[in-house]
Design a protein around this ligand. Structure first.
Ligand SMILES: C[S@@+](CC[C@H](N)C(=O)[O-])C[C@H]1O[C@@H](n2cnc3c(N)ncnc32)[C@H](O)[C@@H]1O
Length: 231
């Protein structure tokens, strides 16, 4: 992967960025996503935010080597603090981090958001707490996508602020739109999860040290939901 050829995962994220947008890519690493989109003329400006020095330097290099320093600002900052009001950001991408990390970044920086931005989120696990945050903060899920690359399943969640929205516990767990569509890939993902949960329950029951009751009950609850989904 580089700024010329994105991974399948980032290519699918790119497909949800509205044409002519102003992108805030938080946790940008090499800034491949904003640079690829600028090179294609798909966006008009971007901010690439990075909290760590080495990826910040890599992002700065990618932007400079592509002659895009006038259009893409790279900032060393924690989460949404990379975004300034004058950037007039219209779309925020948070990709390749755990769902809880993405949720925490959104929660800590929510005062920075105008509420008009489209959020394009690609969590590596932890989708349930992330969807819960979206619901609690009045974001409607407009689109969900599931893809598989190198044996890993990835979800992409596109959301915009809409006012109060309500999702059931199962919708937060499986994804309201993914659950509705029931694609073959979605069923394959949950078949794999069913096997993993089964192993987890077996090891919890064999654990020498006391496992909190709530932990076992929660895993059993998820197992029931998955079984119901697949039957
Ligand atoms: C695995 S990389 C993903 C890079 C790219 N977004 C992608 O999807 O390929 C995650 C990046 O997020 C950055 N990151 C983690 N927490 C962050 C935060 N609070 N603010 C900004 N960047 C963060 C890390 O330094 C790392 O470079």
């Amino acid at each position: 992967m580089n700024e010329h050829t994105l991974s399948v995962r980032l290519e699918r994220v790119a497909a949800h960025v509205p044409a002519g947008g102003r992108l805030g890519d938080i946790g940008s690493d090499h800034a491949y996503l904003p640079v690829a989109l600028m090179r294609r003329g798909a966006i008009v400006a971007a901010v690439a935010g990075e909290v760590a020095l080495t990826p910040f330097q890599a992002a700065t290099r990618t932007v400079r080597e592509n002659g895009l320093s006038e259009h893409i600002t790279v900032r060393l900052a924690n989460g949404l603090a990379a975004i300034e009001a004058q950037d007039a950001i219209t779309v925020v991408t948070l990709c390749g981090m755990g769902g809880e990390t993405i949720r925490d970044i959104l929660e800590h920086g929510k005062a920075i958001l105008s509420g008009e931005e489209r959020l394009i989120l690609q969590p590596n696990g932890g989708e349930q707490p992330l969807r819960h945050w979206l619901m609690e903060n009045g974001y409607r899920i407009l689109c969900e996508e599931l893809l598989r690359e190198n044996r890993f399943f990835y979800e992409i969640i596109v959301a915009e602020r809409s006012g109060p929205v309500s999702y059931s516990a199962q919708e937060l767990y499986f994804g309201p739109l993914l659950m509705q569509a029931r694609s073959p890939l979605f069923l394959a993902k949950w078949q794999r999860m069913q096997q993993q949960k089964h192993k987890t329950l077996t090891s919890l029951s064999l654990a020498r040290q006391a496992v909190p009751r709530e932990k076992i009950q929660e895993t059993e609850q998820y197992m029931r939901w998955i079984t119901d989904l697949l039957t």
